[in-house]
Design a protein around this ligand. Structure first.
Ligand SMILES: [Fe+2]
Length: 196
């Protein structure tokens, strides 16, 4: 797998904010994988870390042009334009981030990760933009948690009910505060790449 080729495909296909969101989700998927692995919580038969990250990177690649209304059911077709492909497990992983459009409900830990994280990245970005510095480095877990729980109108597009499913015992079983911490830290590690 050559990340650079997928990265260039995503970058050249998507508007900058969705491209940055894709990089953020790639980082979060890697961070969640590491957390599960390091705490011996990763289930057998999960895909590799590279697959988790790649799914995050390319999950919105068909959110453009003639594919947009079918998103995310046209990943294969969107990748084919760049002579790229992924296997069906990865396609299912990508589909699980939007069960309403695909009918694929999250089951594996990777699927719950992409489902729960997709709309959290936007809230974290919005919290950073409130700071005078507009830097992710200044964002605290407690600030994100407060905006998430106490200010439903803040970053109103955040699907809070979906993010909260990170706590589901049969899914990730990660407390919300810890989940936010993992995603925030992951995004901070690539802040300069996403303009924050
Ligand atoms: Fe997304």
């Amino acid at each position: 797998m050559d990340r650079q080729k997928y990265l260039e495909a995503v970058k050249s296909s998507l508007e900058q904010n969705i491209y940055y969101h894709s990089l953020a989700l790639e980082a979060c998927m890697g961070g969640i994988y590491d957390y599960l692995k390091n705490n011996n919580l990763l289930k057998p038969n999960e895909l590799t870390k590279e697959d988790w990250q790649l799914a995050g990177l390319i999950h919105d690649i068909d959110y453009v042009g003639e594919f947009k209304e079918f998103h995310p059911n046209k990943t294969k077709e969107a990748l084919a334009k760049f002579n790229l492909e992924v296997d069906n497990q990865l396609i299912d992983l990508i589909k699980s981030h939007s069960p309403k459009s695909t009918g694929v409900n999250p089951q594996s830990q990777a699927q719950w990760s992409i489902f729960c994280t997709d709309s959290l990245t936007g809230l974290i970005v919005a919290v950073a933009l409130v700071y005078p510095s507009k830097k992710l480095a200044d964002v605290k877990v407690s600030s994100v948690l407060k905006r998430f729980l106490k200010e439903p109108k803040f970053a109103a597009g955040t699907r809070r009910e979906e993010v909260k499913m990170c706590e589901k015992p049969e899914g990730l079983n990660i407390p919300l505060e810890k989940f936010i911490e993992i995603c925030l830290t992951s995004m901070q590690s690539i802040a300069s790449e996403i303009g924050l």
